[in-house]
Design a protein around this ligand. Sequence first.
Ligand SMILES: Cc1ncc(C[n+]2csc(CCOP(=O)(O)OP(=O)(O)O)c2C)c(N)n1
Length: 650
Amino acid sequence: MVNALRALAMDAVEQAKSGHPGMPMGMADIAAVLFTQFLRFDPLVPEWPDRDRFVVSNGHGCMLLYGLLHLTGYPDMTLDELKRFRQLGSRTAGHPERGHASGIEVTTGPLGQGLGNSVGMALAERMLAAEFGADIVDHHTYVLAGDGCLMEGISHEAASLAGHLGLNKLIVLYDDNSVSIDGPTELAFSDDPLLRFRGYGWAAERIDGHDHQAIADAIRRAQKSDRPSLIACRTIIAFGAPTKAGTAAAHGAPLGAAEIAGARERLGWSEPPFVIPAEIRAEWRAVGERGAATRRAWEGRLQSLSAERRAEFLRRQQSELPGGLDGAIAKLCEGFRQANARIATRQASGTVLDTLIGVVPELAGGSADLTPSNNTKAKDQKDVRPGDFSGRYIRYGVREHGMAAAMNGIAAHRGLIPYGGTFLTFSDYARPAIRLSAFMGLGVIYVMTHDSIGLGEDGPTHQPVEHLAALRAIPGLYVYRPADAVETAECWALALHRRDAPSLLALTRQALPLLRSEAASENRSAQGAYVLAEANGRREVTLLATGSEVSIAMAAREALARDGLRAAVVSMPCWEIFEKTPREYRDAVLGSAPRVAVEAAVQFGWERWLGPRRAFIGMTGFGASAPVEALYPHFGITPERVAEAARSLL
Ligand SMILES: Cc1ncc(C[n+]2csc(CCOP(=O)(O)OP(=O)(O)O)c2C)c(N)n1
């Protein structure tokens, strides 16, 4: 059975003339023991909520996963798909991609990300178990990880967080093969991962990764542990290959015909490429079929929940939002209008969350140690603590990357909607995981405050200038920059409704006037951009702005009006939505008059909204440390400058 996995990996990589045979051949024993003796899964109901999660963090070894899915009977992982490994349109991409085939829990390939995701999965499991009971939620998260995953910085954040929280149902099987791409790992890696992980509060041990008994015993010990477990499995990369086993040559290139022939001989595998003997196929299939009984027993337990609890559990699984969300948002907007809320959008966001957590119980908040700055903790939200997972607020610590990767895991797990905060400028620290939120289409919500020079005294290290552009460049990420309290509530509603893509709210530290004082119930941000104030008469200029600069554009409009010039102001809280509105709508909003854009950030990207007669008021370099009142005039982001730029175009 193990050699079937090895053969499929060798053959598929050879056929594709590309791929990584080493890891699948080296980890085949580990995967076989895990799948045949431990993993709870049902290939015919792959989304069964209480299945064990299986993450291949060393995603280059994806042929191992594809082989397992095929042999255990996942219907969409056909032999034909294996033969089309790495080809256009196949389910068997060069690294596993969530959504390509069932059984692929997360997209991996960027090393360490899967490990980060698995912490979120294991945390979601504990939180949902605390809410729905162990009869309904009680599963493990198993991870395959390599030297690369452990060398990556994210492994520190992820493992440190998991150790702190005591996520004892997280079990990492580390491919301790002492080989990476450049050669033996001793070239660059002399940590002691066991000591390191023990230092994080994990259980850690080393075993022979080709000894089935040792693997099974270690997994059993890990299952009983009161802490997360690292099992360092000593393996030989490309086990069975006569000359390339144990060497970097087997990491990421086809073995070649002669080497494969030699491996077949050594492994005692005489079948032609892609042929699996019927009895071995049947044994693997039986492994796949075994999970059905466990799954049915679980369904029975689900049936014994009260109708209300069951409906709630299933609603969350299906990512359906509770009723009452839009009503609550409308009420919040009304409240902001009544109070003429002149507050920072981060503060508005906090107020929104105070209400939302009562309406959307699946919200699982957090911050990378900036809770009082990000306003991410709602009044009634309780902390998640080691040993008590009933709270809904996660103290991620100063671990932006770990937080983002964990949120991807929480979202991929299903049952909770993760949101988490940091300063916008530190989105850079989380960017690889944000990109994967978008790539996987996960409805993670990033709450990123202190979104410009408007944060003031903390200075240019903390003042984002290129970040909006960089984030808007990520396909599938919705970047919101609300202009006042009402838009903030609207953007929260939009972020929550979008369950198939991540959203990022860029929020201010500084107070902003209320611009949306009209008593409309419509969510105007839902168009992405809209005319906030039309010109009095035929438009002579259109002022485009987002967030804190919309009020500056409004003041410029007034200044121009005093000169008898007719300007319209367009608020653009979300470019990505606006882009998708009908062309006629976009044309009407943008108009044909000259355009001036204002945003306290670099111009990069604004070209697409600016017509031929254009000006941009914003940043051209890094900011400076000073009170906010001094910074805007210093960098020339003022109503006067906007008005002047407009005049120069007329
Ligand atoms: C973030 C990231 N950096 C670099 C790579 C390129 N890469 C893929 S595999 C690999 C070496 C990984 O070594 P190891 O985990 O020991 O894998 P093995 O050789 O055992 O298969 C590298 C550098 C990557 N996929 N992701």
